[in-house]
Design a protein around this ligand. Structure first.
Ligand code: NAD
Ligand code: TYD
Length: 339
């Protein structure tokens, strides 16, 4: 099988490429990425000499280049991770989110139809369901929960999901969609909560907690997400949506304190800053469908995954230093200075 993985040099895309090459040595993977601020080709150094892997730098919005690539490579499966993925950036500048996340998805699906792709898989997010109240622990997102978005990011992902459904119904494109909860693990860009806090903590910098830190996210180790997508593209039913999450709800403040304890730092580093606009209160996934239909269960417990993750960042300080010494500093100042 030949699989196109878009967004391959980003956080989850990188982990997925390594997972697939190891799990399915009979398959060929083409990794595609525009290498935006979030894409890092060095992430893929570990497979650049693997004969089953090749990389192409390309924009999913570039119809001509994408069509030429599909014509040449004749992909069996497309897994679309490529996206603008950070909520805070979407609040500052929504436009690129709409262009990449919606129009880029359209280009990939048009090419998939023209060149007979057997499965188009859209990597989506639980954020398309909006949020749940903090005082209703009995409520979870199921695949039937109405789409009800809060941020430009989640709206662009929801727009793409609706288009994927429409391409299935209208043109018969064999699609699947997965909606996963928050991921953590190696290679995550330090604009996101966990790597940002690990990096700041290590450097004795203040830890900016939005609002009171009481918002809840449902955290999943990235490899468990990769395993779920692998099952869906091979055994999932065409036209279906699968929610992915491991029943691991945590308040932001508790995650930050856990990182502080693990790194032997002081809670005095915590700084409560102005809340995110439109901040979703709680995400929580009901993963019954993917468990019952595909036998998926998360394997990494949060208490183990978070230690593995912190250790990865400690052992890969150069990876982090290269990122934070570049454009990142401007981003950080614009987002957090005087907040
Ligand atoms: P990321 O920002 O780390 O990676 C995104 C990658 O897409 C980057 O390498 C970037 O260079 C690439 N990209 C951006 N625009 C592109 C374009 N026009 N053409 C080609 N490549 C482009 O994001 P991530 O956390 O790895 O998320 C991957 C996918 O998973 C996204 O679709 C996201 O919505 C979804 N998702 C993420 C999470 C999470 O917790 N991180 C949870 C659920 C779903
Ligand atoms: P984030 O990693 O951006 O993921 P998402 O918004 O997609 O869930 O943020 C996770 C949670 O952490 C979210 O409630 C916002 C909060 N947060 C902070 O409190 N401080 C920070 O510096 C960041 C980046 C996030």
């Amino acid at each position: 099988m030949k699989i196109l993985v878009t967004g391959a040099a980003g956080f989850i895309g990188t982990n997925f490429v390594y997972y697939e090459l190891e799990k399915h040595p009979e398959d060929k993977i083409v990794g595609l990425d525009l290498l935006t601020y979030a894409g890092n080709l060095e992430n893929l150094d570990g497979c650049k000499n693997n004969p089953n892997f090749s990389f192409v730098k390309m924009d999913i919005r570039d119809r001509k280049e994408i069509f030429d690539l599909f014509e040449k490579e004749k992909f069996d499966v497309v897994v679309n991770f490529a996206a603008e993925s950070h909520v805070d950036r979407s609040i500052e500048n929504p436009e690129v989110f709409l262009k990449t996340n919606i129009l880029g998805t359209q280009v990939l699906m048009d090419a998939s139809i023209k060149y007979g792709v057997k499965r188009y898989h859209q990597v989506s997010t639980d954020e398309v369901y909006g949020d749940l109240p903090l005082d209703r622990p009995d409520m979870f997102f199921t695949e039937d929960t109405p789409i009800h978005t809060s941020s430009p990011y989640s709206s662009s992902k929801a727009g793409a999901d609706l288009l994927v459904g429409a391409y299935h119904r209208t043109y018969g494109l064999p699609v699947t969609i997965s909606r996963c909860s928050n991921n953590y693990g190696p290679y995550q860009f330090p604009e996101k909560l966990i790597p940002l806090m690990i990096n700041n903590c290590q450097n004795n910098k203040s830890l900016p907690v939005y609002g009171e830190g009481l918002n809840v996210r449902d955290w999943l180790y990235v490899e468990d997400h990769c395993k779920a997508i692998d099952l869906i593209i091979r055994n999932g039913k065409v036209g279906e949506v699968y929610n992915i999450g491991g029943h691991n709800e945590m308040r932001n403040i508790d995650i930050v304190k856990l990182i502080i304890r693990h790194l032997n730092k002081s809670e005095d580093l915590i700084t409560y800053v102005t809340d995110r606009k439109g901040h979703d209160l709680r995400y929580a996934i009901d993963p019954t469908k993917i468990h019952n239909e595909l036998g998926w269960l998360p394997e990494t417990m949060f208490k183990d995954g978070i230690v593995k993750t912190i250790d990865w960042y400690l052992n890969n300080k150069e990876w982090m230093e290269k990122i934070v010494s570049g454009e990142y500093q401007n981003y950080y100042d614009s987002m957090y200075k005087n907040r």
